[in-house]
Design a binder for this molecule. Structure first.
Ligand SMILES: Nc1ncnc2c1ncn2[C@@H]1O[C@H](COP(=O)(O)OP(=O)(O)OP(=O)(O)O)[C@@H](O)[C@H]1O
Length: 660
């Protein structure tokens, strides 16, 4: 295309951007005007409130961020169809589309069409932006067999753009294999085994946004839940969904999903036993022992007559309900209802007519019926059940846990009561399991689980209880498993999550870590004891420097100074025990650093909090110390080495761990 045509074309696209922004503004003003008169049109108070909520959500969804492009692509179909693709629908005054939402069915071709399979697309155009200004575009004439793929300069620029602040969306550059995961059917549970930086987190968040778009009503009621490894990580990803117009998503760590306040801790052995799936069996058996065979008849008076139910009848009744195996609290109500039904039948036989509803209620609450229930099917709280088991596991764990395992979870000195107990984090998981045995929990509509390799079987079960009627998006990397119970294969995790047999899909093309850094990290893989495909990298830029120094603190200070000469974020990652010392050394050198949650350009981060995060420039301090700090220290080191977007400096005084 001649340069003057190019300029004219670019001008044309800029005009479309300006008029789309104006149209979006008009849409938002329309929603605001509706909001202002909402009370008048809705009729009743409840209607006004829910209409108000819907409208204020709509206004928030229509917010325009001038620094993010409203559209990033354009599809010209052979049959004359011509669409700009962007973050949300924008329509003109007649309701004609000016920008098509990236999640709309037509937009799929933007991500998937290729020269081999053009899907009717003649030209795909990608736009380059700088701070919200449209600066360039790139055309692929798919109808003429032209295709850039990952050689696209706009894609490369986007991937190599320095990272500052929280995670960004990737709508403009989702890759075909990622797109297949993003647009997977809502009924489908998928498990993504992805090497570091392959976009697992990004895929999970975009799938959430996609499902919310396609199944808005259903998911607004049942909600989408995102589970992440820690709060710092959740803060890091928190901005992505709102940037995609989705503000109605719950985000939580597994710990925060549980209701028990944690004030105690466990021995390492105790913790491992408590997270073992056999604990579910132990608790189930312990709860089963609360149910007893009736030994006495029920005799109950309604003021006029005295009714009797013999113990043989009661035994059969309790046995029946036990066989039906309902959650414990529901079982108790079922027994109550059937006892009252028998009494009611006697009353009907006697008088020939049905006793009134109030009679039925009164009999159900009568002292005789309640004390029968308390003896044979007592109400139990989850805390009381776990309290019993941990005070003395002998009975419930016999034949399930070995003697040493029982000893590892038995309290040396139980508190006076469940209330007075200082529960540990692992106890909170057990209490949740107990709660699930006792009653049903409401299910989310879809659950995305990030860093899923670190969930224990019992934590998986806690999520399974909240996703009984939901599909899951499981994201993880077995090589990055650092918890003592981290998964060694996905089949087990999927089983505990209640979705056995779901597809496991690998992602291996890395968008974060430069090739030289990937090559270093990959040397650790054979020592990690898991069978995963090694990562490759799309990034030929960036560098790796391994530097032996005599004084690690001074070496780190020098490395930070050097790092500050370039753009972007700087992450100093070290063994947890070294973090305070290094932060002090940086302060003494006049270099201001922040913790994981600060906005400062330099972050000093303990290795145990690095998972899922990334920095343009990473300074990994004393790998031997990181590797020695915990049982899966080499896995931790693998995580640390793969956080770099552009540059990795390894500073060490001790010899590097042998695989390196
Ligand atoms: N298609 C893409 N286009 C542009 N950038 C991408 C794409 N996919 C991923 N990225 C970027 O690559 C980086 C890594 O992505 P993400 O954090 O989702 O990877 P991950 O697989 O979860 O990594 P890890 O397992 O190491 O935590 C992010 O900065 C993300 O924005």
């Amino acid at each position: 295309m001649p340069a003057s045509d190019l300029d004219a074309d670019l001008d044309h696209e800029r005009e479309h951007l300006t008029s789309s922004r104006t149209a979006l503004k008009r849409m938002r003003e329309g929603a605001e005007a509706l909001y202002a008169v909402g009370g008048d049109v809705a009729g009743d108070g409840y209607g006004a409130e829910s209409l108000g909520r819907a409208l204020s959500r709509r206004i928030a969804e229509l917010a325009d961020d001038p620094t993010t492009p409203l559209f990033f692509g354009r599809l010209r179909f052979g049959d004359e169809g011509d669409y700009h693709i962007g973050r949300r629908h924008v329509t003109d005054e007649r309701g004609e589309p000016m920008v098509l939402d990236w999640r709309a069915p037509i937009s799929q071709s933007f991500y998937r069409a290729s020269a081999g399979d053009p899907q009717g697309v003649a030209v795909r155009r990608r736009f380059g932006f700088s701070a919200g200004t449209l600066t360039s575009f790139e055309d692929e004439h798919l109808d003429r067999g032209e295709e850039l793929g990952t050689a696209s300069r706009i894609l490369t620029n986007e991937i190599e753009r320095p990272r500052v602040g929280p995670m960004r969306d990737i709508v403009a550059t989702i890759q075909p294999d990622q797109d297949e995961l993003v647009r997977a059917d809502i009924e489908e549970t998928i498990c993504v085994q992805g090497a570091p930086g392959t976009g697992k987190t990004a895929v999970g968040l975009h799938r959430a946004a996609y499902l919310l778009y396609l199944h808005r009503e259903r998911l607004r009621r049942s909600k989408v839940l995102i589970v992440g490894p820690n709060r710092a990580f959740l803060r890091y990803i928190a901005a992505v969904l709102p940037a995609l117009g989705e503000i109605d998503v719950a985000q939580s760590t597994v710990e925060d999903l549980l209701t028990t306040a944690v004030r105690g801790s466990d021995s390492a052995e105790g913790q491992v036993v408590k997270h073992d799936p056999r604990m579910a069996e132990v608790l189930r058996r312990a709860l089963g022992r609360y149910v007893r065979r009736p030994e006495e008849p029920i005799a109950v008076s309604d003021g006029a007559y005295r009714w009797r139910l013999p113990e043989t009848v009661l035994r059969r009744l309790v046995d029946d309900v036990r066989r039906e195996d309902p959650p414990h609290a529901i079982g108790r109500e079922r027994v109550r209802a059937r006892v009252v039904a028998l009494l009611q039948r006697q009353a009907e036989a006697r008088s020939g007519e049905s006793p009134p509803e109030s009679w039925v209620r009164r009999m159900g609450r009568s002292a005789a019926v309640v004390s029968f229930l308390d003896a044979c099917w007592p109400a139990v709280t989850p805390e009381a059940l776990v309290f019993d088991v941990l005070s003395d596991p002998t009975d419930a764990a016999e034949g399930i846990l070995s003697e040493p395992e029982q000893a590892a979870i038995r309290w040396a000195k139980p508190a006076r009561s469940p209330r007075a107990t200082r529960w540990s984090a692992a106890d909170a998981v057990l209490i949740d399991e107990a709660a699930g045995l006792i009653d049903r929990l409401p299910s989310f509509g879809h659950v995305v689980i990030d860093e899923a390799q670190d969930l224990s079987p019992m934590q998986c079960r806690a999520i399974a209880r909240r996703s009984e009627h939901a599909s899951l998006t499981l994201l993880g990397d077995l090589a990055q498993g650092t918890a003592p119970w981290a998964a060694r294969n996905w089949a087990d995790s999927l089983e505990h999550l209640g979705k056995p047999g779901a597809a496991v899909v690998p992602l291996t093309i890395g968008f974060r870590v430069p090739q030289a850094v990937v090559a270093l990290a990959n040397r650790l893989l054979p020592a990690l004891g898991v069978d995963v495909a090694a990562a490759t990298s799309l990034r030929g830029d960036g560098w790796l420097r391994v530097q032996e120094v005599s004084d690690v603190d001074a070496g780190t200070v020098d490395a930070v100074r050097a790092a500050l000469e370039q753009d972007g974020s700087v992450g100093v990652i070290a063994a947890d025990s070294a973090v305070d010392r290094l932060a002090a050394a940086l302060r003494a050198a006049g270099l201001d650093s922040g913790g994981a949650e600060d906005e400062s350009r330099i972050t000093v981060l303990p290795a145990t909090l690095a998972k899922g995060l990334e920095y343009d420039h990473v300074i990994a301090v004393e790998p031997a110390e990181i590797a020695a700090a915990e049982a899966r220290g080499l896995n931790r080191l693998y995580v640390v080495l793969t956080r770099a977007v552009s540059r990795l400096a390894v500073i060490h005084s001790r010899p590097l761990p042998s695989p390196l």
